[in-house]
Design a protein. Structure first.
Length: 1013
């Protein structure tokens, strides 16, 4: 490989042992052999000996040879440079690109915030909770909505959630919607995809081609005719043609008809000096009801469309106290710890999939949390004045450009009477496509040809969007291009532009405080210290695969060639990214053994939804419309049943009997699917089974030995097989999913493929499918042809599930990781993960019982579940700690030892699910095992410790019961919230002998008990 000059890395890899270890596996070969020896094995492949031979992959997946660190860096830089970035861009089209405050990359580099898990252990996650709370507050101040959730995938999926929410809120059981045709076509496509086969219906009301908006009178007529079933009207504030809709009229119309006003907005435009806050829409100012938006551009560059940041808001005031209970996704709320210290905690969780399963308000689990964190940082860094400036600059640029371009003969505003803000459509005297191409030749991404959005357009309509990134020289070159390309003789006289009516403008300032940048940096650093990261120690959350996230992945994703590419860029300029996506498709075919792959889904739960939507489309295509049952094991993750419901398999029960929807399959004593129960269900629902969803290895960490047999039974019934691949870290490279009979599987990239969890997201998913589902794949496929890499729609595609191409930035990360693993690395990675789990289990099972009851034929894979010994439960009960209340506090003891807790009480109520991953040395695993054994001794000796844990986190145990009684999800920000220090920092705990920690716990517990006496 020839060597080019590379930008210096922003860290010194030689100081990061996990970063430079081969395949990011720090255990030495000797340590690996020692662990194998303890288990009585001599080679890694013996760990998979119990997997039925026909399911095993013969050869390692056919990936390129691994790249060493320096070559990897050079490779990704060269790859990013295959994208051709323009010198200036006027793309936007609902995904603009603004300047990014310096604080944002700084916060993005705070590893404890970026790599932490969802804050299910609030005492160890105050950093994440606070940043997401700040996001909720900033967005609440901008929008005037009281309750903003901690994020959705993107604007399009947030819109779908809004429709579901409005239907749930309808007291009359209304399920019909009117959607303005001026919403983004990409978003409308996602609505079409995801509502197909559900009970929700909608109509799209067309745009008036003269005015660029949907006239209220037309809409009113349609709405009144359908009023009895109308649950909501969804409309944009600034539409996909840049025009301002009649927001007050639309809000009032919805309310007059007893429907919800659902507004789609851009928070950047709601700054002081900008547009009216949706919380004040309507002639009386009572506001819209549900808010949807995209906020990616508050914080990060376009990344070819993702990770995005879907905004979702609800009213939560005196008139709407209960609506929030129907909202999808996570909320962070105000709380106190047991000693009355201020804290944050996730609230209203009982609505969510992990608790309510098929009755959840949504299937969303992993969200876009870290982009929300960065958006909070961006808004705080800009402050009131910075937000105003960005918004006004975008407006000023649009006005200047419009005034000057309209002097070019033949160029006119497509909608001269309709006000716009920072984007407008021009009618050209030539084809827009040809002008776009001319501009491209001059390294300018001119705009988006929107002719297809305007009925009767002659192909000459061009949308130009503006932000704070254009300076006078860019506008100058834009005008020059028009003058030259259109080549008409004389300039026209000045044209007047439509005014934005005062009723469309923001009335009161947002009131964001402004802080010194250094103060903000220190604040975010102190927040990061409240979390822990898998960088330092084992982060043993079972089923979550908290492995090490290589720094180099972050560098790759942030390379300007990748990060600044807009999803509307011509494909010829996007060759570097398209090649990555193509290779990712190919790699995952090899890894799964399945013939086709989509890279569009953005989380595991969304992968599941894609799978079930494809199942429905497949059955429909065969005229097989009676299939209304999805079989799911009892132990499945809550997203599985929630997904089935969202896809349209709503559960109807009569007494204990399920008539349709989700039917649970029991597990046998070995933790695997009970085959006799499955057979009974197949008999009972013959001809009606759409499919089965099985996690494999299952959530007990056991490989489902009968998977192929199960698949054959389901196929014989005409059903299809979904494999939840959350646990691919155990089997990647070893098991051929085609041989197992899988029709669709998702890989959670934020688990197996090293995407950081971001305190809850953004995650990512790749779905691989069998031959029979390949024609139905969502979105686009990247194909290689003589012209390079291009995009193709699968012939019977279900449609898109994301407004663009999914979380492309995450595909860059996964690609970078896969190039470091290479052919040999995929197998080695999963084998060492299984080895680490087996070794740890081997050490712990001498002290703790395993759940479900261990059997010789079900060796644990990458994770295992332990519980407390019976004698310990009895000791605890004698001390007033019931069996049901013992496991949660025992999990909190892990925090005292500087670790994160394992997954607590899932899927076994009394279980601790531990997944160590391949990212730690034997010495680290040994210390971890010793710590857990010591915890048991401590509790046996002094059970009251469980009354007082945790002791060293910044706060004591958080009172989430009170937080859920009086839910507070936002406040007006005036000062930076107080950040309490750790009582003993995790780094310090990591240096202390375990006995010294135990002694400190004894002392702290006694003092706490004394003080509460
Ligand atoms: C077994 C299993 N299935 C599905 C999911 C949902 O995946 P995601 O959070 O990426 O949507 C999870 C997440 O933890 C999981 O553990």
């Amino acid at each position: 490989m020839s060597h080019m000059t590379l930008p210096p890395l922003p860290y010194d890899p030689t100081t990061l042992p996990r970063e430079t270890a081969r395949h990011y596996i720090p255990a030495t070969d000797q340590e690996i052999q020692a662990m194998l020896g303890t288990l009585g094995l001599s080679q890694l492949d013996e760990l998979f000996a119990h997997i039925p031979a026909p399911a095993r992959m013969v050869d390692p997946p056919d990936l390129p040879e691994e790249l060493g660190y320096a070559d990897l860096y050079q490779h990704v830089v060269a790859q990013s440079q295959k994208n051709r970035l323009p010198a200036m861009t006027f793309l936007g089209d609902g995904l603009p690109h603004y300047s990014v405050p310096d604080l944002v990359p700084f916060v993005a580099g705070l590893r404890e915030l970026m790599t932490a898990y969802t804050p299910y252990q609030p005492e160890r996650s105050q950093g994440t909770l606070m940043t997401q709370w700040l996001y909720q507050c900033c967005l609440a101040m901008l929008t005037g909505f009281e309750a903003i959730n901690a994020s959705q995938y993107d604007r399009a999926t947030a819109l779908v959630e809004a429709l579901y929410t409005a239907a749930r809120l309808s007291r009359q059981g209304r399920t019909h919607f009117l959607l303005l045709g001026s919403l983004w076509p990409q978003d409308l496509e996602v609505v079409r995809t995801l509502l197909a086969g559900t009970r929700l219906t909608y109509e799209v009301v067309p745009i008036d081609p003269e005015r660029g908006i949907v006239p209220l009178a037309v809409l009113e007529q349609q709405a009144c005719a359908q009023a009895a079933m109308l649950a909501g009207i969804a409309f944009p504030q600034v539409n996909s043609l840049g025009c301002l809709e009649d927001i007050d009229g639309l809000t009032d119309l919805a309310h007059r008809l007893g429907a919800r006003a659902i507004v789609v907005t851009d928070p950047m435009l709601l700054a002081t000096g900008g547009l009216k806050a949706p919380g004040t829409f309507g002639a009386e100012g009572e506001g819209a009801d549900i808010l949807v938006g995209e906020a990616q551009h508050l914080a990060i560059p376009p990344h070819y469309g993702g990770p995005g940041l879907g905004v979702f808001g609800m009213r939560y005031n005196a008139a709407h106290q209960q609506d929030i209970r129907q909202a999808p996704g996570r909320f962070v709320g105000d709380a106190q710890d047991e000693a009355g210290r201020p804290a944050k905690v996730m609230v209203l969780s009982t609505r969510e999939q992990h608790i309510r399963r098929h009755k959840a308000t949504s299937n969303i689990c992993t969200n876009q949390g870290f982009v929300a964190t960065l958006a909070a940082a961006a808004v705080l860094a800009r402050g009131e004045e910075g937000m105003r400036k960005a918004c006004r600059q975008a407006r000023a640029n649009a006005l200047t450009a419009a005034r000057r371009l309209l002097r070019v003969p033949g160029v006119s505003l497509a909608f001269p009477e309709t006000p716009f803000w920072n984007a407008f459509v021009l009618a050209l005297p030539c084809s827009s496509a040809s002008l776009v191409e001319t501009a491209r030749q001059r390294r300018m991404h001119l705009g988006v040809d929107v002719s297809l959005r305007i009925p009767g357009s002659g192909g000459n309509h061009l949308l130009l969007s503006f932000s704070d990134l254009q300076g006078p020289e860019h506008l100058e070159r834009l005008v020059a291009l028009f003058a030259e390309a259109i080549a008409m003789p004389r300039a026209k006289a000045a044209v007047s532009l439509p005014e934005v009516p005062a009723t469309g403008l923001r009335r009161k300032p947002v009131g964001l405080p402004s802080w010194d940048q250094e103060q903000l940096r220190a604040f975010f650093v102190s927040l990061s210290e409240q979390n822990i990261s898998p960088d330092r120690t084992c982060y043993p959350l079972g089923s979550c695969t908290m492995k090490y996230n290589p720094y180099i992945n972050e560098v790759a994703a942030a390379l300007p060639g990748f990060a600044y590419l807009h999803p509307a860029a011509p494909w010829a300029d996007a060759q570097g990214t398209l090649e990555v996506l193509y290779n990712v498709q190919e790699y995952f075919k090899a890894i799964t053994g399945l013939p086709a792959v989509t890279t569009q889904p953005v989380a595991g739960a969304q992968g599941e939804l894609v799978g079930l939507k494809m199942f429905q489309a497949y059955h429909r295509s065969r005229g097989d419309t009676q299939r209304d049952i999805v079989l799911i094991p009892h132990s499945a993750h809550g997203t599985n049943p929630a997904t089935a419901t969202m896809a349209g398999f709503e559960t109807v029960q009569r007494g204990a009997e399920t008539l349709s929807g989700v039917v649970e399959i029991n597990a046998g004593p070995n933790g695997q699917i009970a085959m006799d129960h499955l057979r009974q269900l197949l008999d009972r629902y013959r001809g009606r089974i759409a499919g089965i969803m099985v996690t494999n290895p299952n959530t007990s960490g056991v490989f489902e030995r009968h998977f192929a047999e199960i698949a054959a039974l389901i196929h014989a019934e005409g059903g299809l097989v979904y494999m939840d691949g959350a646990n691919m870290n155990a089997i990647a490279g070893w098991v051929n999913l085609s041989a197992l009979g899988v029709d669709a599987v998702h890989n959670n990239n934020h688990k197996t493929w090293t995407i950081p969890h971001g305190g809850g997201g953004p995650g990512d998913a790749i779905v691989a499918v069998s031959e029979r589902l390949a024609p139905f794949l969502p979105g686009v496929q990247v194909v290689r042809s003589g012209h390079g890499y291009t995009l193709q729609h699968p012939p019977q595609s279900i449609g898109s599930v994301h407004r663009h191409f999914g979380n492309v930035g995450h595909k860059i990360r996964a690609y970078t990781y896969l190039r470091a693993l290479g052919r040999a690395g995929v197998r080695r990675m999963s084998a060492v993960a299984v080895l680490a789990a087996r070794y740890l289990h081997h050490r712990l099972k001498l002290h703790f019982p395993t759940l479900p009851q261990e059997t010789p034929d079900s060796p644990r894979m990458h994770e295992f579940i332990i519980t407390l010994p019976e004698a310990t439960f009895e000791t605890l009960e004698a001390a007033g700690i019931s069996r049901a209340r013992a496991i949660g506090p025992f999990g909190k003891l892990f925090l005292d030892f500087g670790y994160h807790a394992p997954t607590v009480s899932f899927p076994e109520a009394q279980g601790l699910m531990i997944e160590p991953t391949e990212s730690y040395t034997k010495a680290e695993l040994d210390r971890f095992a010793n710590a857990i054994i010591l915890m048991l001794h401590l509790v046996n000796e002094q059970p009251t410790i469980l009354h007082t844990v945790p002791h060293f986190t910044p706060v004591d145990r958080i009172d989430d019961v009170s937080a859920n009684k009086r839910v507070v999800v936002s406040t007006r920000l005036t000062t930076l919230p107080q950040v309490l220090p750790n009582r003993i920092a995790p780094d310090q705990l990591a240096q202390m002998p375990l006995e010294a920690i135990a002694e400190a716990i004894r002392t702290a517990s006694a003092a706490k008990l004394e003080s509460t006496r």
